[in-house]
Design a protein around this ligand. Structure first.
Ligand SMILES: [Fe+2]
Length: 392
């Protein structure tokens, strides 16, 4: 537990149904913004989410440009393409609209417009703190928490190495947290995003960089997911569940951004970078076994997690509550149909050949050192092998 903590958040958080209509007010509060560039992907355009953001701007006489070529696991190439469009259009602000990837791309564009454009300059422990261009995050999924975090994850296009870029420069200037966008999301995405949120809450709470602040955010994040995930999965139109999960995602982002992620995320990123497993899903595939591996090194903390989610009761002692957490996480994966790595369709030989590199990439991220139980390379490889055939 840290004795002091410097909390870093967006200057404005506009939360609740219909928040997107407040976008022009936010732009005027930030300063003289006259020409934003929306950074998004083609799915957001097709779903009408971009039109919704655009019409909020047009209603107030603000014209904007659109870059809709972001990709899952955003690469440095895509960021450079967006930067060219930004400069050609003389835009003075970026608005990231979408899930984690468009928002992470927008954050990288805002920062790289001021700093280096070479992705390798952003490898940890490098940190960038002076703000770049003003950046507004408009999340359309309830998961990554990217709208409030001081990280952005980029992939080097040639080597597929995932790099977690860090620093206060990556915190959006403002975030619009409007759960209306999530009502159209399918079951798979709903579950994966919520399990990503839950992983943020758990990892922030057991992180060696936790603080009184991150603990509160993390516990409330876990409580909301535990209470509402099943409801949103069963009925995507359950507005109360959607609202709660959207807020949980923001709380989870505040928690881990002001503490850290740990071993689950460290191991999850190489699965995304090399095998294109969606981020929330790769976390979900690993969460039960990594929790089991770490349990004895922080039993009381994991017990709190079990009680917050609702897997354990306040009457359970720590050993029981921690054990119920692991059982509950396996049960989530079963009920929410999370596949094993094998069932996802990855080739066994390619997976085996990549294990050494994945373990090294995980260790290089630094996050395993903040886990309650710090793993060796061989232990990480063992955990990947456990997750190969077991998700539930
Ligand atoms: Fe995550």
């Amino acid at each position: 537990m840290r004795k002091t903590v410097r909390v870093c958040t967006p200057r404005y958080l506009q939360i609740g149904e219909g928040s997107v209509s407040c976008l022009p007010d936010i732009l005027s509060a930030i300063g003289k913004i006259s020409s934003p560039l929306i950074i998004t992907d083609k799915t957001m355009v097709e779903l009408g989410h971009v039109a919704k953001v655009q019409s909020a701007l047009i209603n107030q006489g603000i014209a904007c440009g659109i870059f809709d070529e972001t990709v899952p696991d955003p690469t440095d190439e895509v960021v450079l393409a967006a930067l060219s469009k930004l400069e050609a259009g003389k835009h003075d602000c970026v608005i990231g609209v979408g899930g984690g990837s468009p928002i992470d791309t927008a954050k990288a564009v805002a920062v790289m417009s001021r700093y280096s454009r070479d992705i390798f300059d952003y490898r940890p422990p490098a940190e960038f703190n002076e703000p770049g261009l003003p950046m507004i995050a408009v999340p359309t999924t309830a998961g990554t928490g990217s709208e409030v975090t001081h990280h952005t994850v980029l992939v080097h296009a040639a080597t597929r190495e995932k790099i977690s870029c860090r620093g206060e420069a990556f915190v959006p200037t403002a975030a619009i947290v409007d759960y209306d966008f999530t009502l159209s999301k399918p079951k798979r995405l709903t579950a994966d995003n919520a399990l990503d949120t839950l992983t943020h809450g758990i990892e922030a709470y057991i992180s060696q960089k936790r603080s009184m602040y991150s603990d509160r955010m993390a516990l409330d994040c876990m409580r909301l997911v535990g209470k509402l995930l099943d409801r949103a999965y069963a009925d995507g139109g359950d507005r109360e569940a959607r609202e709660g999960l959207m807020f949980a995602a923001t709380l989870g982002g505040l928690a881990f951004s002001n503490a850290s992620i740990c071993l689950v995320h460290a191991m999850s990123r190489p699965l995304g970078g090399l095998f294109h497993v969606p981020h929330g899903l790769s976390n979900a595939m690993l969460l039960p076994m990594v929790t089991e591996f770490s349990l004895e090194s922080a039993t009381p903390r994991y017990a709190d997690c079990g009680r917050a989610i609702g897997f354990a009761s306040t009457g359970d002692d720590d050993q029981t509550a921690a054990r119920k957490l692991v059982q509950g996480l396996y049960a989530y994966n079963k009920n929410l149909e999370v596949p094993s790595i094998e069932a996802f369709g990855i080739d066994r030989r390619e997976f085996e050949n990549a294990l050494g590199q994945m373990a090294e990439d995980a260790l290089r991220s630094g996050a395993p050192n903040l886990n309650p139980r710090v793993p060796t390379k061989d232990e990480i490889i063992d955990l990947y092998r456990q997750a190969w055939s077991t998700a539930s």
